[in-house]
Design a protein around this ligand. Structure first.
Ligand code: HEC
Length: 177
């Protein structure tokens, strides 16, 4: 998260209610370019694919605008742990020797469970040998960090939101002047 946010300052701790209210009237005349810039500055590309760009440790967000209302989209971003996408359930693996491994299961093969322990880096993987596992529990904490919007101004959040809702289409109505 640190590297994604370099050069940006804390703006405020945005609350869902406030931004959702703003989105009711301000999702027009938005800037596609700045929305895209915010998607990068917010670190979203590190974990999310969008219009064929970006990482793949998190869900592809190209179609998110079709699945979520502006309010629900904001909620997913502000409070990632409230509803965790079932394909990306984080786990806590307790080994018999007492070691704890937290991350997202990316592969299971026979006795081997592969866990990605750092969503910013798809290569950070640990192979766990099942016979040495004490327990595997789902975690209630999303692998997506909260508070990413807190480094953006209101206008920037609205551009980001319009960008996600557009699915990457510059001609989307939210960008009409
Ligand atoms: C460190 C990786 C990471 C970063 C950075 C990140 N996300 Fe996520 N995001 C995830 C993961 C993993 C999930 C799925 C788990 C969940 O639902 O909480 C997710 C879920 C979501 C969802 C719900 C999508 C769905 O279909 O379930 C939205 C919307 C979203 N992220 C938006 C964003 C936006 C916008 C940013 C940038 C401001 C961002 N994310 C930054 C990892 C990340």
């Amino acid at each position: 998260m640190a590297q994604a946010m370099i050069g940006r300052n804390f703006v405020k701790e945005w609350k869902l209610k406030e931004l959702s209210g703003v989105a009711k009237t301000k999702l027009k005349n938005r800037s596609f370019e700045r929305g895209r810039k915010m998607f990068a500055a917010g670190g979203c590309f590190a974990c999310h694919r969008f219009a064929n760009e970006g990482g793949m440790t998190g869900p592809d967000l190209t179609g998110a605008g079709g699945r979520y209302s502006p309010h629900d989209l904001l909620e997913q971003i502000i409070d990632p742990s409230k509803e965790i996408n079932e394909q990306f359930v984080p786990v806590i693996v307790k080994m018999k020797n007492g070691d704890l491994i937290t991350g997202v299961v990316v592969n299971m093969n026979g006795d081997r469970v592969t866990v990605n322990t750092d969503m910013f880096d798809p290569n950070q993987r640990v192979n766990v040998n099942r016979p040495q596992v004490e327990s595997i529990e789902p975690s209630k904490v999303s692998p997506m960090p909260p508070g990413l919007l807190n480094l953006m101004r209101e206008d920037e959040v609205m551009d980001l939101l319009a960008y996600i809702l557009s699915g990457g289409d510059r001609n989307h109505s939210a960008f009409k002047k």
